[in-house]
Design a protein around this ligand. Structure first.
Ligand code: FMN
Ligand code: SF4
Ligand code: SF4
Length: 291
């Protein structure tokens, strides 16, 4: 196989990016970081890539742990694409640091601004109608770069973000252990199990037909946006005293987390709910450009 691209995704932006790049390269397998890294070591690939969203100005914790466990040989051309909405922060630096410990250097790093998907905090923005075509355009430029094996230094956090990240983002990262406590399941749930299948963290199990959360949630939003009955809510006040107590002392922003019933949801328009359940796929040579 020519290339392998590992992606972490909640709402499909990163999977779409992996597919577009794979479509350009040809003979490429894309692998979700939901998989066990032991099943997908890098041995003879000529090109290896990592694509992931940005969470709280850094790389999502499940993606960190996946790459830490990945066996990877130093011979490949290695690239990283971060998919933030606006602020990439230290995401690429974090990946570079993990790879560096394995004796691997990043040959290419870039950012693709995408639709912001944290729908328990805000409605998706900017408008997918405007943002998705721009994202697609940049993905094609990047795919060409990677096809040509160009070198590009990976993006670093600005000094402003670096100074502020400790104060603004550390509380959120600390609260991750409570991240799924406020999830609610309404009576509309039909026990279809779709939420369990899309969760990239294997964090949901059906118990007596009811989804239950196992407390290793990344807040990726996959379950929320994939439920066919919109039965998954997020109610921080009913959900968790500990979370609120922590937020009161550390950051007021947590208090605005919640999911009003009419909040718009978002999933990348090129990615189906079924796609989100996949562990890996071999991508065809070209991915359709327009929808
Ligand atoms: C928990 C969480 C935290 C996020 N933090 C950031 C952030 O710090 N900076 C940013 O620009 N976007 C942030 N986002 C937005 C996502 O990075 C962005 O929407 C991404 O493209 C989603 O990728 P996906 O569709 O592959 O899951 C956050 C989203 C979530 C769910
Ligand atoms: S996806 Fe929705 S309807 Fe299906 S089991 Fe999960 S919460 Fe219930
Ligand atoms: S429980 Fe839902 S939000 Fe949490 S990691 Fe799984 S799919 Fe994502």
């Amino acid at each position: 196989m020519k290339a392998r691209i590992y992606y972490f995704t909640g709402t499909g932006n990163s999977m779409r990016a992996a597919r577009v790049i794979a479509g350009k390269l040809g003979d490429t397998e894309i692998v979700s970081m939901r998989a066990d890294p032991k099943d997908y070591p890098v041995t003879d690939c000529e090109i290896v890539g990592f694509v992931f969203p940005v969470y709280h100005w850094t790389m999502p914790a499940p993606a960190v742990s996946f790459v830490e466990k990945l066996e990877i040989s130093p011979n490949a051309y290695v690239f990283a694409i971060a998919m933030p909405s606006f602020i990439c922060g230290k995401a690429c630096e974090k990946l570079a640091e993990i790879l560096d410990k394995k004796g691997i250097s990043l040959n290419y790093g870039n950012i693709v601004n995408s639709v912001a998907n944290y729908v328990i905090v805000y409605p998706p923005f900017p408008s997918p109608r405007l943002r998705v075509p721009r994202t697609e355009k940049k993905l094609r430029i990047i795919a060409e770069d990677i096809f040509e094996k160009r070198n590009r230094d990976y993006p670093r956090a600005s000094s402003f973000i670096r100074r502020r990240s400790e104060r603004f983002m550390t509380p959120y990262l600390e609260l991750q252990k409570y991240a799924d406590n406020p999830f609610t399941i309404s009576k509309d749930c039909i026990s279809c199990g779709m939420c369990t299948r899309v969760c990239p963290c294997h964090n949901i199990v059906l118990e007596g037909g009811k989804p239950t959360f196992q407390h290793h949630c990344a807040n990726c939003m996959a379950c929320v946006v994939s439920c066919p009955k919109r039965a998954i809510g997020y109610d921080i006040t009913a959900g968790d005293r500990k979370l609120l107590d922590a937020s009161n002392s550390r950051t007021g922003l947590v208090k605005i987390m919640g999911l009003p019933p009419k909040r718009k949801l978002y999933r990348n328009p090129y990615i189906t709910v079924n796609d989100l359940t996949k562990e890996s796929e071999i991508c065809p040579k070209e991915v359709k450009q327009e929808k």
